[in-house]
Ligand binder design. Structure first.
Ligand SMILES: [Zn+2]
Length: 414
């Protein structure tokens, strides 16, 4: 297994923990990074003024019973709504954040507080036969999703619940369920909080049914609506909510937040910030992709070194290791190989200006590209392509990769 260049700094209270990251475990560690950072205000990048004004409402006892958070994708609306709900419910509130340790905060960290309710678009068709509502059915996956990445967009969510090509809806069954739940006395907290993600996905019947409750909620009830497109929310609901605009994240906040938590090169952070355009979800995907890119790069460099040395012992060992990694990963590795061989040929022939490589790829290519020339580039390319096709067709990965390695070893010497 390769020791990755990533390591994760998770800053919980005063303790700083450094986790060296095996790239094979990237999603797991990423999971941990997010698990730690997701709920309290201090862990949410940027949005200083919004946080301050939300905290002020709680301190001054003027929490509006219906609030609508809106703003561009990836600005942290949902994360802020959850942090606000946690702050309101916290029994040991600090000056600038919830305490993180009271019984309420502990339950919030797992999103299992009995007075915290969620509603979100869950199925394409609103009719289900069982007693459970679509939201109840999807609740476990919803919690997982927030833990994985609280900046997700609706397509990532639909993908998670397996309705990729359709838009989710909030149907009348949910309204009935919300009314029933919010009419009960609260269990533990002074507040019953309902966070509704994407109220614009609520159909008119559902919205109308809910209207009266939004207008005159039972005591201690707070509605936090989180909208991508407030213009599509039913006007009667909209007019009853206090509007809270969440601005696009500043580049500096994204940069700072990434650097604090994930130890990667400045260049990788800059690339992610540029890709993001104020959307933390995008910054996050770019960095994750960069992690996989780096893993493939490291694998490819050692593969080329071993092929060139033509060492049967080393090659067998490498192939054995690679064969453990599953077909999808092997295919990603071979696709990566195809790209980097093409780029190296461009460097060799003096066309490096048009090549698209990261700094570490460029540095390596300056040395390696002299082995990729007009005499062998097509054959190497063909060999990697063939290996890709064979692995896609379920051929034995060990045999395919060993064969490719030996042939490429000979080709590199041309
Ligand atoms: Zn607390």
């Amino acid at each position: 297994m390769l020791l990755g260049y990533f390591c994760v700094l998770s800053k919980t209270s005063s303790k700083v923990k450094k986790v060296f990251l095996y790239l094979d475990l990237l999603p797991v560690i990423w999971h941990e990074f997010l698990y730690i950072c997701r709920m309290r205000f201090q862990e949410i990048p940027g949005q200083k003024e919004i946080k301050e004004s939300l905290i002020r409402t709680a301190k001054e006892g003027r929490i509006s019973h219906a609030q609508l958070f809106y703003g561009p994708e990836g600005s942290g609306k949902l994360a802020l709504a959850i942090a606000y709900a946690q702050y309101i419910s916290c029994t040991g509130r600090l000056e600038e954040d919830s305490c993180g340790t009271c019984p309420s905060c502990v339950k919030y960290a797992k999103l299992v507080h009995p007075d915290l309710h969620f509603v979100f678009p869950a199925t394409a068709a609103s009719s289900t036969k069982s007693d459970e509502t679509p939201v109840e059915k999807a609740l476990e996956r919803w919690r997982e999703m927030i833990i994985e990445n609280p900046y997700f967009d609706q397509y990532q969510w639909y993908d998670k619940i397996g309705i990729e090509n359709k838009q989710g809806l909030i149907g009348v069954k949910e309204s009935v369920d919300i009314i029933r739940k919010l009419n009960l006395k609260s269990f533990e907290s002074d507040f019953k909080i309902l966070i509704m993600w994407l109220p614009e996905r609520m159909n008119a019947t559902a919205a109308n049914k809910l209207l009266k409750m939004v207008e005159e909620p039972p005591p201690g009830t707070v509605f936090l609506l989180v909208s991508e497109v407030p213009g599509e929310v039913l006007p009667t609901i909209l007019s009853r909510a206090q509007m809270i605009k969440i601005p696009r994240l500043e580049d500096e906040d994204i940069r700072k937040s990434l650097k604090e938590r994930v130890e990667v090169s400045d260049e990788a952070v800059e690339d992610a910030v540029n890709m993001a355009d104020g959307n933390f979800n995008k910054a996050f995907s770019a960095l994750r992709e960069e992690g996989f890119n780096r893993e493939n790069f490291d694998q490819f460099v050692s593969f080329m070194r071993i092929c060139f040395a033509y060492s049967m012992v080393d090659l067998t060992e490498w192939v054995d290791e690679m064969a453990k990694s599953g077909r999808e990963k092997q295919k990603m590795f071979l696709s990566y190989g195809l790209r980097i061989i093409r780029e190296n040929f461009l460097v060799n022939t003096g066309h490096s200006g048009i090549s698209h490589m990261t700094k570490y790829e460029r540095d390596w290519s300056l040395k390696f590209s002299k082995f990729v020339n007009g005499k062998n580039v097509y054959d190497i390319y063909e060999e990697l392509n063939l290996a890709y096709n064979h692995i896609s067709a379920n051929a034995n990965a060990k045999i395919v990769l060993l064969d490719a390695g030996l042939k490429i070893g000979r080709m590199l010497k041309r």
